[in-house]
Design a protein around this ligand. Structure first.
Ligand SMILES: [Zn+2]
Length: 211
């Protein structure tokens, strides 16, 4: 089958399956398990705007005795994150001419967004696909050396304080551009492993990029 599942949806489905498996291991009463199963089934379907009959069957975990096998099927239909070339980065972030995607990240195509630190410019770079278009922002960051809630994935992980400049003037100081800061996961691959909803990431990027 053609890939049709985004990375955040794969993570979402994995989390739902974990709850079901946990429930089975705890030997929850049948009625509770039935309610859990129905809810998970509903939530997974609600992740998708449109499904063909074949796709609907594939995401229906109740058809699989073995949940591991189900997750394998899901992963086999995961969409790839686009390969971000040097030329593309130059086009997206013309101010930072020598940006390079670290090799260890370039090989992985299963993610919701690409995030890496550029040592040369002391910037964190974030690349995501919004409405089918590749977008990128760069901003400086302060390592907080502590765990806190990430503004993108909502999970408690090692965070940095990330600040990006928008194209809007700062109302308090019109000589400067407004900046927006958030605590976000220090390691974007960790963030990707928790991200089940792209809204906050995309809203933030759109606000930074708005002209
Ligand atoms: Zn995160």
């Amino acid at each position: 089958m053609e890939p049709f599942i985004r990375h955040d949806q794969v993570i979402f489905i994995e989390k739902q399956m974990k709850q079901i498996i946990d429930g089975q291991q705890k030997h929850l009463p049948k009625s509770v398990m039935r309610a859990l199963t129905e809810e998970a089934h509903f939530k997974i379907e609600a992740q998708f705007i449109r499904l063909t009959e074949e796709q609907r069957q594939l995401i229906d975990f109740t058809r699989y005795e073995n949940k591991e096998m189900y997750l394998e099927q899901i992963k086999a239909c995961e969409l790839d994150f686009p390969v971000v070339t040097l030329a593309e980065l130059k086009k997206l972030l013309p101010k930072y001419k020598k940006l390079k995607v670290p090799e260890e990240l370039a090989a992985n195509t299963k993610r919701s967004y690409l995030g890496f630190d550029d040592v040369r410019s002391h910037q964190k770079v974030i690349v995501a696909e919004i409405a089918g278009e590749l977008c990128a922002i760069a901003g400086h960051f302060i390592d907080k050396h502590q765990k806190n809630i990430c503004a993108f994935c909502g999970c408690t992980n090692e965070v940095v304080y990330f600040t990006a400049k928008t194209h809007a003037r700062d109302p308090k100081n019109p000589d400067y551009y407004k900046t927006i800061s958030h605590l976000i996961c220090k390691d974007s691959e960790v963030c990707n492993a928790h991200l089940t909803d792209l809204t906050k990431l995309h809203d933030y990027m759109e606000e930074v990029l708005k002209k």
